[in-house]
Design a protein around this ligand. Structure first.
Ligand SMILES: Nc1nc2c([nH]c(=O)n2[C@H]2C[C@H](O)[C@@H](COP(=O)(O)OP(=O)(O)OP(=O)(O)O)O2)c(=O)[nH]1
Ligand SMILES: [Mg+2]
Length: 146
């Protein structure tokens, strides 16, 4: 890690890996303008003061996609330093409950399976999330809640 990382802005982010009944995961493409524009991500966003991570995830998913989810177990927490920014991504396994996802704050959304994730361009920190998802599937022999 670079010695100047403490001078960078630091964002604390709650991130949702949302599964549906077809064992697919919801991903969204960031808007073209702005940081990491055009890259795919797992939905989520910045924690607000007084919130827990599960509360942040529930709020962000309602704001960004207009759906209701169940926030399940913690998958992984990643601390990653980009050139301009440090992020702490706390990732939870989640289950889609109700509502059809809408691209309210992103460019595009898709349901994909674990194997298909490699076909999409994600920010660098996400390689660890995807690796953790694959490992979790191997260990448990199922994706989630299964
Ligand atoms: N939601 C989400 N963010 C990710 C992922 N991977 C990754 O590096 N990030 C980074 C991108 C952003 O810098 C940050 C997410 O915060 P955000 O979406 O609220 O931030 P933003 O830059 O879009 O919004 P803002 O500061 O302009 O309000 O975390 C991911 O899989 N999901
Ligand atoms: Mg966001």
């Amino acid at each position: 890690m670079s010695q100047t990382s403490s001078l960078l802005p630091h964002k604390i982010i709650g991130v949702a890996v949302i599964w549906n009944d077809q064992e697919q995961i919801l991903i969204d493409r960031r808007r073209p303008e702005g940081s990491m524009g055009g890259l795919w991500e797992f939905p989520g966003g910045k924690i607000e003061s007084g919130e827990t991570i599960p509360e942040c995830i529930l709020r962000e998913i309602d704001e960004e996609l207009g759906i209701e989810i169940e926030v399940g177990e913690h998958l992984i927490t990643i601390d990653h330093t980009y050139t301009h920014l440090r992020v702490t991504l706390t990732v939870h396994q989640c289950r889609h409950l109700t509502g059809v996802p809408q691209a309210l704050e992103c460019d595009e959304i898709r349901w994909v399976n674990l194997e298909e994730l490699d076909q999409f361009a994600f920010p660098k920190a996400n390689f660890q999330i995807i690796a953790a998802l694959r490992q979790s599937k191997e260990v448990k022999g199922s994706n989630f809640f299964g």
